[in-house]
Design a protein around this ligand. Structure first.
Ligand SMILES: Cc1ncc(COP(=O)(O)O)c(C=O)c1O
Length: 403
């Protein structure tokens, strides 16, 4: 019998990646699928950024770099956060990582350990809780609710604090709900965290994908209240359509960054040298491509919302950020006798099998009864996929909505 380490029994493969793998398998066997599962931009990396990657290769910039990243990139990250949020970080307070995922993982391994509780909000991006477990700590969930727009409330987070609480992880804009935390709620959390010495880790991977002009200066709020207890994790993946390049970063107190660098030095070392040069261009170059993508996502969001809400059994709000629509399909599910689908997992499986539309079931985010649609895909796909989804619901769901 294969005897694996205990930690492997405590974690599961990323369920969101599983949908991607299934779509890939079906496509390779010649089946045409509309993929609403993908958690990545369908846009190409902007030309200037690709150009910087080409130039790096041509200049033979292909060797190891310092583990925490080249000085130019660390400077570019600090400058970006200064320009966007008015916060001051030094190069010793930043590390370049293989995507936001590694920034968050480094933070978890540097800050949390056995016996610690770490609070995050649910529904959640599953990597956040799995990383807490990989750090041998225990995730504690503070729920957010659809009727409240999945708002991340300070009261629910603060109510979850116990003497063992070591950290709080906030993801805003949130995957899968698209919700944003308000500055006031984060401020209230930060005040208590400062008093009790609790770490706050913020996952800002969707920070450039906020549709309305709402106050969302989370770095500033935290810098004012508890800078020494704050780790900001960001990424080039979504903002600059660079998912495959693998570039993220963490900003935080120098001792945390030093610990993260030590961990990374024994795990992956530096982020790909070519990627780092491209990321410098992304962060310091013109930001017009970011807003152009955001405008396109907004148009898709609005139309998708209009199409889907034509059926009252598909209940959803327009997300404030990210590129996900999180839909309550509980009215489209039925009991065993009705012959429909009892869970969102069954629903998603059947939708893929029968209508060739891939969505991520809410179970992946600890939210049964929901499905997540990524609108990081063409308008044509959104139109066709919505049509198929509405037909599928029309065929299988109970006729009367409960609300
Ligand atoms: C909430 C959230 N945080 C972080 C990430 C990490 O992305 P990357 O590692 O590509 O930067 C993702 C990716 O899907 C995400 O959804």
């Amino acid at each position: 019998m294969t005897k694996l380490a205990d930690r492997t029994t405590r974690i599961a493969t990323s369920p969101t990646m599983k949908v991607t793998a299934t779509v890939d398998r079906l496509r390779r066997s010649g089946v045409e699928v509309i993929d609403f599962g993908a958690g990545e931009p369908d846009f190409n990396t902007p030309d200037l950024v690709k150009g910087a990657g080409h130039s790096a290769l041509d200049a033979n910039f292909t060797r190891y770099t310092p583990v925490a990243g080249i000085a130019d990139l660390k400077r570019a990250i600090c400058d970006r956060y200064q320009a966007d949020y008015g916060v001051d970080y030094k190069e010793s307070e930043v590390i370049v990582t293989a995507g936001g995922k590694q920034a968050l993982f480094n933070a978890a391994l540097s800050l949390f350990g056995p016996g610690d509780e770490v609070i995050t909000h649910a529904p959640y991006w599953p990597t956040l809780t799995e990383q807490i477990k990989l750090a041998d700590a225990t995730p504690v969930l503070a729920r957010t609710y659809p009727e409240d727009g999945f708002a991340i409330r300070a009261t629910t987070i603060l109510d979850a604090i116990t003497p063992r609480t070591r950290g709080i992880i906030v993801n805003s804009p949130c995957n899968p709900t698209g919700a944003l935390i308000s500055e006031a709620d984060l401020g209230a959390i930060a005040t208590v965290a400062a008093r009790q010495g609790i770490w706050i880790v913020v996952d800002l991977c969707y920070e450039k994908l906020i549709y309305d002009t709402v106050p969302h200066n989370l770095p500033r709020v935290l810098a004012e209240k508890c800078r020494d207890l704050t780790v900001l994790c960001g990424s080039a993946s979504k903002a600059y359509a660079m998912t495959g390049w693998r570039c993220g970063w963490a900003l935080g107190p120098a001792p945390v960054i030093a610990a993260a660098s030590a961990i990374q030095s024994h795990a992956t070392s530096n982020v790909t040298s070519i990627t780092q040069k491209a990321a410098v261009q992304a962060l310091t170059g013109p930001q017009g491509t970011v807003t152009a993508m955001l405008d396109e996502y907004r148009e898709r969001r609005d139309l998708l919302h209009e199409w889907l809400t034509a059926d009252p059994r598909l209940r959803c709000r327009k997300p404030g950020g990210s590129f996900y629509m999180f839909i309550d399909i509980s009215d489209a599910l039925s009991g065993i006798d009705a012959g429909g689908f009892r869970t969102s997992l069954d629903f998603a499986d059947a939708l893929l099998e029968e209508s060739r539309v891939a969505v991520t079931p809410g179970e992946a985010f600890d939210a049964p009864g929901f499905i997540r649609i990524s609108y990081a895909t063409s308008m044509e796909n959104l139109r066709e996929g919505s049509k198929r989804l509405l037909e599928f619901v029309g065929k299988h769901a109970p006729q009367t909505a409960t609300a």
